[in-house]
Ligand binder design. Structure first.
Ligand SMILES: Cc1ncc(COP(=O)(O)O)c(C=O)c1O
Length: 395
């Protein structure tokens, strides 16, 4: 089939594969010729219930017949219902809706700065961590611990401090009375599926408490059931003041959310906003996603499937020692591997019609939908074994 489209008309920001996908169902994507690809990228942790599940399609159809958009000048029911559901889960008491992860981070940063300034005009410093990823806007990039991404947009936002999660002394020194917030992913996704230890999270929380600074957890990738609990922080002994959500919350429609505690009342009308944020269509879908994923039985299955994949990968590792540590929790899984082999395996899997994405410099991410079935897990392992057996690192 000839491609009638001109790829060159798009800004050159992605190394996209040439395939044009036209359909999706469950863990599978289909190209124009009907070829099926097993999708273990899930739109980068977005398609939490797989592609086009009936429950989402029906929610979209139903809501589209009622009300699509009204702005935030008025209330709409799906938005109110979703905020109730999220608050029930987190036990916080304020919610703000936007359209993406980056926007959720921006809202959290602004909220923290306003909170800090309500205490002292100099309390505006934001502490962030190496290997973190919080988004591509200038604000979010300013707290993203990756030089490659920051360089493009520098000079960045002032009053930020970077620390290393492994250096507890540095963490203690970085969080001062001028700090308004610390932002961290409980499991760093883009950085390479790096789980932050409970001890580090507890230390950060105690420094924040001591200095009256807010603790922001970016759960945009690791939240919404991805790690087997609704929020990733549930398996830590730390509850953040602010949670940023996006990706899996919409199951395929664009939504971002900030959940916060009482301090969020520092915001007054005019301080922040979003035209589309929390519109009836996306909130109706996100409510359905939240209802399904928050079910304990569903979450147990995520843990079971996570164990199943990790176990199978560890068995494969014995036969193919090129595979390194299998990392992560639930269905946020990383396979550590050296850089050259990483790209060759991802490309090899693409040829075998299995989609995978890398993270950091040495990790292959495995991000199936949260309701992936055993047969698709088996197919993934079989194809990976084929690719590993044929791997030629010399060419
Ligand atoms: C942890 C984390 N924060 C923020 C973002 C940015 O989200 P978005 O691409 O929806 O703006 C991402 C995206 O990968 C992410 O993984």
């Amino acid at each position: 089939m000839n491609n009638p489209y001109n790829f060159d008309t798009h800004l050159n920001t992605y190394n996209k594969k040439p395939t044009i996908f036209t359909k999706g169902k469950g863990s599978w994507l289909f190209d124009e010729k009907g070829n099926g690809y097993l999708d273990f990228v899930s739109g980068i942790a977005v398609n939490s219930l797989g592609h086009c599940p009936d429950v989402i399609v029906d929610a979209i159809k139903d809501q589209a017949e009622q009300l699509l958009h009204i702005s935030n000048l008025y209330w709409n029911k799906p938005q109110l219902e979703l905020s109730q559901l999220l608050i029930q889960q987190s036990k916080h008491n304020k919610v703000f809706f936007c359209n993406s992860g980056t926007e959720a981070v921006e809202a959290a940063l602004k909220l923290s700065r306003k909170y800090g300034k309500s205490i002292s005009p100099e309390k505006t410093e934001i502490v962030y961590f190496k290997n973190s990823f919080h988004g591509r806007s200038i604000g979010a990039l300013s707290v993203t611990g990756n030089d490659r991404y920051q360089e493009v947009a520098s000079p960045l936002m002032p009053n930020t401090t970077i620390a290393s999660v492994d250096d507890h002394e540095q963490i203690k020194q970085s969080i001062t009375d001028k700090t308004c917030a610390v932002i961290i992913e409980p499991i760093q996704g883009e950085g390479g599926i790096l789980t932050i230890s409970n001890a580090t999270l507890k230390l950060i929380q105690s420094c924040c408490k001591k200095q009256n600074a807010l603790l922001i957890f970016d759960e945009i990738q690791c939240g919404i059931g991805r790690t087997g609990t609704f929020f990733a922080f549930e398996t830590t002994e730390v509850t953040p003041d602010i949670i940023c959500l996006a990706k899996g919350l919409g199951g395929g429609v664009p939504i971002g959310a900030v959940i916060a505690n009482e301090m969020a009342s520092v915001f007054v009308p005019g301080d922040h906003g979003s035209t589309f944020g929390g519109n009836p269509l996306v909130c109706a879908v996100a409510s359905k996603v939240t209802e399904i994923i928050s079910e304990p039985l569903f979450l147990n299955e995520v843990i079971k499937k996570g164990h199943s994949i990790t176990e199978k990968l560890n068995i494969l590792k014995e036969k193919h020692p090129i595979l390194g540590t299998i990392k992560g929790r639930g269905l946020l899984i990383g396979i550590e591997i050296n850089h050259d082999a990483m790209s060759k395996i991802v490309d090899g899997m693409y040829k075998e019609k299995v989609l995978l994405v890398t993270a950091g410099t040495n990790t292959i991410r495995v991000l199936p939908p949260l309701n992936v079935n055993d047969e698709d897990i088996k197919t993934f392992i079989t194809k990976l074994e084929i690719v590993l057996s044929n791997l030629d690192l010399k060419n």
